[in-house]
Design a protein around this ligand. Structure first.
Ligand SMILES: [Ca+2]
Length: 195
């Protein structure tokens, strides 16, 4: 892929794209950019449509690599095989708070499942472990509650920290399924992201 050098000076950026003045439309839609690698992105409005200023509902910039979709698990409906206690419920793994965590019961066969609400094309999972991590586990998925789980990714010798696993396919329900704990405690997860 052709890349421009990353421009670090936000005061001196070249335009990546321009589009002509549009009628007032809060859903103006995507403006394709050149294929570039950049850190700072600026929307420069050089002509207003009204006597007022320019007014945006939102400006979003999308990447074609890295994280191609938002975290679908964020605040999704979640369930678990067992929780260690009331202070570490399953929802803590999808609450967007890096300091809160889910901890399972103290056996090897434990799981945390999220319902993404609909089928989504999946690209990857991120698991941020607390000290009580999973030595071996699987990421599984299915599209109906009475379907068997399909294994999308397998870790057999994990070392904790942050794990990133590639996923593929279109799925609604995704499960982190513990196979073997690394400690005598359960599985303890700060965050589970599904993208
Ligand atoms: Ca959390």
């Amino acid at each position: 892929m052709a890349r421009r050098p990353i421009r670090q000076d936000p005061q001196n950026a070249e335009p990546l794209t321009t589009r002509p003045a549009l009628p007032i439309c809060p859903y103006a839609g995507p403006a394709p950019l050149e294929d570039v690698s950049a850190r700072y992105v600026r929307l420069l409005a050089d002509r207003r449509h009204t006597a007022y200023g320019v007014s945006l509902w939102a400006l979003r910039v999308f990447s074609t690599e890295g994280s191609p979709t938002p975290d679908l698990a964020h605040r999704a409906a979640v369930s678990s095989s067992d929780d260690e206690g009331d202070g570490v419920p399953a929802r803590n793994a999808v609450d967007g708070d890096p300091g809160s965590r889910w901890a399972s019961g103290h056996t090897d066969d434990q799981w945390l499942a999220v319902d993404l609400g609909a089928e989504h094309d999946l690209h990857g999972a991120v698991v941020r472990w607390e000290d009580a991590f999973g030595r071996a586990y699987r990421i599984e998925a299915r599209n109906a509650e009475d379907d068997a789980w399909t294994t999308l990714a397998t870790e057999t010798d994990g070392d904790g920290g942050t794990d990133r696993l590639a996923l593929d396919g279109s799925w609604r329900y995704v499960r982190l399924h513990g196979v073997e704990r690394a400690t005598p405690y359960g599985y303890s997860v700060y965050d589970l992201e599904i993208r």
